[in-house]
Ligand binder design. Structure first.
Ligand SMILES: Nc1ncnc2c1ncn2[C@@H]1O[C@H](COP(=O)(O)OP(=O)(O)OP(=O)(O)O)[C@@H](O)[C@H]1O
Length: 292
């Protein structure tokens, strides 16, 4: 699936950000439109910093941001962006004594939904959207981790935002919950721009029509999953042993070794690369070597 053409909902242009001596972003650039854009990168790459900027929580030191055609540096335009934005932070700061309904209602109040009846209808709508209507009266501390993530997604969907920013939405979920979440996110991405950060390359391959890879605060790659996979063409091969030419290799369930590297040995049995292979090759020495 190619990115759906249209005006870019998000433009990030040479953005930098430092915290004291730590340079979290050292010049990140990409654009994103309707659909799901996945932000991949190792720990500390700057993903959360970038998402906090897209959520207008943080401003850049240098560079330019444009969100939904507006400038978040301008206070009035920032307010306009915030009215059209949903954000699921890495740690949503739940008041665990609240029920799911009370928590989402509380966020709705913060989002200036003043009419009580309309607000409650909206809270019920978003809780139903994430399949939580039957537990809306339960306290958050009594919900499973997966359900709590869904409460987080529900509050982000309040007011039908045009831009949805999700920081590691599937972290800590079991495989079934992850698949459910994928379904919710792909539904949420119909007609709007979703930006999510993740460490799960399978989620990216399954969900995203655009991928941005960041490392050490810089953009390493920005394009479609197919374009990312194409960068690994001819660089993944199977062998009976770990190949000395491999950058990374691991023994698969069949007993053969999956090798990824720059130059396969002559006669190597090349196999089609995955998003994960391409991502690991792109990270090069930064990726975690798996002992063969
Ligand atoms: N508020 C802050 N104060 C000081 N340093 C910070 C702050 N926020 C982020 N950093 C630093 O900036 C760098 C980028 O952090 P960030 O959380 O954006 O990375 P990340 O890609 O989201 O990492 P992870 O995958 O581990 O969540 C790290 O070195 C981090 O320690």
């Amino acid at each position: 699936m190619n990115p759906i053409p249209g005006p870019a909902a998000v433009v990030v242009d040479e953005v930098t950000k430092s915290f004291g001596r730590t340079r979290a972003l050292a010049g990140v650039s990409f654009t994103a439109s309707t659909g799901v854009t996945g932000l991949l990168g190792p720990n500390g790459a700057g993903k959360t910093t970038l998402l906090r900027m897209l959520a207008t929580v943080l401003g850049p030191d240098q560079g330019r941001l444009r969100l939904l055609g507006r400038d978040p540096a301008d206070s009035e335009e920032r307010l306009e962006i915030r009215r059209r934005l949903g954000y699921l932070p890495q740690e949503p700061g739940f008041h665990r004594g609240f029920t799911a309904f009370e928590f989402v209602d509380y966020v709705a109040i913060l989002k200036e939904m003043t009419d009580r009846r309309e607000r409650h209808d909206e809270v019920r709508r978003v809780l139903a959207e994430v399949g939580l209507e039957s537990v809306s009266g339960k306290r958050i501390r009594a919900l499973s981790g997966g359900m709590r993530r869904r409460v987080g997604l529900a509050q982000a969907l309040l007011g039908d935002p045009e831009l949805l920013v999700l920081d590691e939405p599937t972290v800590g979920l079991d495989p079934e919950q992850r698949l459910r979440f994928r379904e919710l996110i792909s539904r949420a991405a119909e007609g709007r721009c979703v930006i999510l950060s993740t460490h799960q390359t399978e989620d990216v391959a399954a969900l995203c029509n655009a991928i941005v890879v960041v490392r050490a605060g810089r953009t390493l790659f920005s394009g479609t999953p197919a374009e990312l996979v194409a960068t690994a063409a001819g660089r993944v091969w199977l062998d009976d042993a770990r190949s000395p030419d491999a950058h990374l290799a691991w023994r698969t369930g069949t007993g053969q070794h999956r090798n990824i590297g720059e130059v396969p040995p002559p006669g190597a049995q090349l196999v089609p690369p995955t998003v994960e292979d391409a991502y690991l090759l792109l990270l090069g020495d930064e990726s975690v070597a798996v002992p063969a």
